[in-house]
Write a protein that binds this ligand. Structure first.
Ligand code: AP5
Ligand code: MG
Length: 211
């Protein structure tokens, strides 16, 4: 099963991605994580990506599409994959259609008023990528899943979050229509808290899709 996770910044894509990939044995491919990894290592891609991610803008399509196209040729993708944060505009979606076969698009709809607090309060595990919110951590600084150190993403500040939300509305939201026309969209309400409740709804639908 090959899936896409669609949703605004902070909708809960990463949070659901860990749960979905664990349950269905899918490879979790997050373009955001790939860029952050490259920035950390100081690679050429990282140096380029940094200037865009820091402003909340999209990294140029030719770079992003090439990374995903290559990643999908790796052997582990044969068991199925989950794309998190890709595609992010119509060009990327049309390119993806040329080299991938997508079975379903999990679209997480959410009240935009919730996103600023979710993102500015987010803490992420350096080791496994699990997301938390400060309000539920009770002062903990390590990951409940793997014990890794928690950190705050550089783009999780009010100014950059504002830019990311604008980019989502202009460039990514039209993909809901694109995949609805392809008959692939699976709609969910991301407001459901805790994230386990939303996952139960997603699981019920994906169990049927997985057959
Ligand atoms: P990326 O890393 O993809 O970030 P994003 O799309 O902005 O999404 P986030 O990761 O911020 O949010 P999320 O939906 O994963 O939410 P999460 O589960 O963590 O991209 C970063 C940057 O990289 C981009 O700005 C761009 O520059 C570049 N980039 C990436 N892909 C690109 C592409 N294809 N093309 C070009 N450039 C690209 O949850 C958020 C918070 O909410 C957490 O605190 C979590 O604990 C909490 N939460 C989650 N679910 C629930 C729930 N159900 N109830 C209560 N709280 C919840
Ligand atoms: Mg994410």
């Amino acid at each position: 099963m090959n899936l896409i996770l669609l949703g605004a910044p902070g909708a809960g894509k990463g949070t659901q991605a860990t749960k979905i990939s664990d349950r269905y044995g899918l490879v979790h491919i997050s373009t955001g994580d790939i860029f952050r990894e490259n920035i950390k290592k100081g690679t050429e891609i990282g140096l380029l990506a940094k200037s865009y991610t820091e402003k909340g803008e999209l990294v140029p399509d030719e770079v992003t599409v090439a990374i995903v196209k290559d990643r999908l040729t790796w052997d582990d993708c044969k068991k199925g994959y989950l794309l998190d944060g890709f595609p992010r505009n119509l060009f990327q979606a049309e390119e993806l259609d040329k080299f991938a076969r997508i079975d379903g698009v999990v679209n997480i709809n959410i009240d935009p008023a919730l996103l600023m607090d979710r993102l500015c309060g987010r803490r992420v595990c350096r080791e496994c990528g699990e997301s938390y919110h400060v309000s539920t951590l009770n002062g903990a600084t390590t990951c409940a899943r793997c014990g890794g150190e928690l950190y705050q993403r550089k783009d999780d500040n009010p100014e950059t979050v504002g830019a990311r939300l604008a980019v989502y509305n202009e460039q990514t939201a039209p993909l809901i229509d694109y995949y609805t026309k392809q008959g692939k969209i699976l709609n969910f309400t991301g407001t459901e808290a805790p994230a386990e409740v939303l996952f139960e709804e997603v699981r019920a639908v994906l169990d049927k899709l997985a057959g």
